[in-house]
Design a binder for this molecule. Structure first.
Ligand code: ARG
Length: 290
């Protein structure tokens, strides 16, 4: 992930090298997800919004004043990560969506959700296309170079999914194997940096990696533990999740670098939700649906 995030950043700035690296990944994984906008609750998506956001980033105007004046706050995510964000028909739902609704509510504005590929999220935030990112995104030093993170709201780890009859029993058995990950995630980063001789296949969606695993094109999939549980629950006759925790990660909400005003409001919202037990309740709702 470090590499891909850096590649994205470098690509924006100048890097030819980064261009070829990102280009490779595009070929490996097929075309990137097309960005689609969707509006939670009511109201229409508007192209002007992204302009508004980037214009304001150039000025000294308070982000909260601007959001209130616009009457909406824009959250970007990648709705391929059940139970945190996923499609329910044409709606984007999940734990992060419920948290984001609380943030919008606190500001008294509407929530607009922009659904895009995961590896594009930090760049979207940096370019002012959205106000914040809620995407089960793990706090990470490389990402922190371009965004600011809220207090953590969830602890997670990377998990290994294999076919039920697989001879892969632990992370040690991953060496030299073909492993599917979601492009630009910490799972991508873990496999790229830690697994000897692995052929890391970077997909836009973890669910596609699981399909490839079931079809015999991959030996394993490495993905966050809660989404892994959901993916396994949907195919429990064929695949299983190993118990081993590969990493220790914390999910945080990302805001543009230096936007302490919005960051404070988000931290306040998270703290209130934690103290009232609402956060646990939301997590419980989405996790008990198995
Ligand atoms: N926690 C992992 C990361 O930060 C994966 C997040 C993927 N999120 C998503 N909405 N697809 O890299």
């Amino acid at each position: 992930m470090k590499k891909t995030i850096k590649a994205a950043a470098a690509l924006l700035l100048s890097g030819l090298l980064a261009f070829s690296f990102a280009g490779c990944q595009q070929q490996e994984t097929g075309a990137g997800d097309s960005t689609q906008s969707s509006v939670a609750e009511s109201g229409a998506a508007s192209e002007e919004t992204s302009q508004d956001a980037s214009e304001a980033a150039d000025t000294e105007e308070s982000s909260i004043d601007r959001i209130k004046a616009a009457g909406k706050i824009i959250m970007s995510t990648n709705a391929e990560f059940e139970p945190f964000e996923y499609m329910d028909g044409t709606d984007i739902v999940g734990i992060d969506v419920d948290i984001s609704k609380k943030i919008a509510e606190k500001l008294g504005v509407e929530l607009q959700i922009n659904n895009t590929s995961f590896d594009a999220l930090t760049a979207e935030l940096a370019s002012g296309k959205c106000d914040f990112v809620a995407a089960g995104m793990s706090k990470d030093p490389t990402r922190e170079e371009s965004v600011d993170f809220s207090d953590p709201y969830f602890s997670a780890t990377q998990s290994i999914i294999v076919l039920k009859d697989s001879d892969i029993k632990s992370s040690e058995d991953l060496a030299g194997k073909t492993i599917g990950v979601q492009l630009g995630t910490t799972g991508d980063q873990y496999c790229t940096e830690n697994v000897e001789g692995a052929d890391v296949q970077r997909m836009n969606k973890a669910v596609d990696a699981v399909s490839d695993l079931i079809a015999g094109r991959l030996d394993a999939v490495v993905v966050d533990n809660f989404p892994a549980k959901k993916l396994v629950a949907n195919n429990s006759d064929k695949i299983m999740m190993l118990d081993e925790a590969l990493t220790g990660e914390e999910y945080c909400i990302a805001v543009p670098k230096g936007d302490t005003e919005l960051l404070d409001l988000i931290n306040e919202t998270l703290q209130e939700m934690e103290e009232s037990g609402e956060l646990d309740e939301i997590v419980g709702n989405y996790m008990s649906e198995e």
